[in-house]
Design a protein around this ligand. Sequence first.
Ligand SMILES: [Fe+2]
Length: 290
Amino acid sequence: MELNHRPQRYKRCALTSELCEHLSLIYYQKYINKSRGHICFFYGFVVYLSNMNLRVEQLINIAKRKMKHSNDPVHDLDHVTRVVKRVKEFIADMDLSHDEKQAVILAAWWHDVARSITKNPSIIWMSIVDDNISAFMLWMKSIRCGLFGKTVGLSTKILVCKSFGTGALLTRLLLRKKHRILVNLLDDADTLDMLNSERVSKMLIMIENSRTYKMGYRVVVSWCLKSREFKLRTEKARKILVEMIRKFILWIKQKEIFDWHIKQFGKKWVDRALRDANQFLKSITLKTCS
Ligand SMILES: [Fe+2]
């Protein structure tokens, strides 16, 4: 079904984009030719901007549609929507241009689209390659639909630079100093969502049916609580993390959740995890408040 609708959808995208570009050019030329004044230039610029907004909006809608069909319950539309919300919260009072804000929001919508291409996304290899695949998918889609532009280009770079392993090097090579913060913002928003109780609840169901997920959860929780994984790079994210760890400890202490963890991992592991969580909370509270 999906494949049959694709050509039509692409045509629709391309047609809308072409039409917008054509209209903006006509308006731009009309106003510029009429008086060549500053006001007319301003109108032309507004039309050009609204065209770019429309392109970004179209690409966001495509990402939403793809994430609706994600087969990975912890990397689904809900997760992406929360990450986008967090990114918007981070950038609200930051000194960023309209293009930069749009680019990081678009990257947030697309950052897990790679998870939608397979029925069984691997917990291991998908975590390593997902950002690069998502970047490639965004780039391809924007070209095929005629929606590519400066903002989309920056979004693609943000995703490539967020990738596991090579991200740090690529950030230095591909992004200007002032744009590097955009990668940190998206990375922090994504990392913080690891502690979202709604998301962890979904993971518990997967753990019951998969030994790999059980092992993965155990390793990730132990690792996170020893504060190695949560290398948040923005001050705002660190403050939010304190609140999220508090909520996470309360969530894990609920009788039903607590008993489930004891059944799956044993009392010794749960006691150690809670002790590590409390110590981590203390240390990050001290760092954040000092
Ligand atoms: Fe994510």
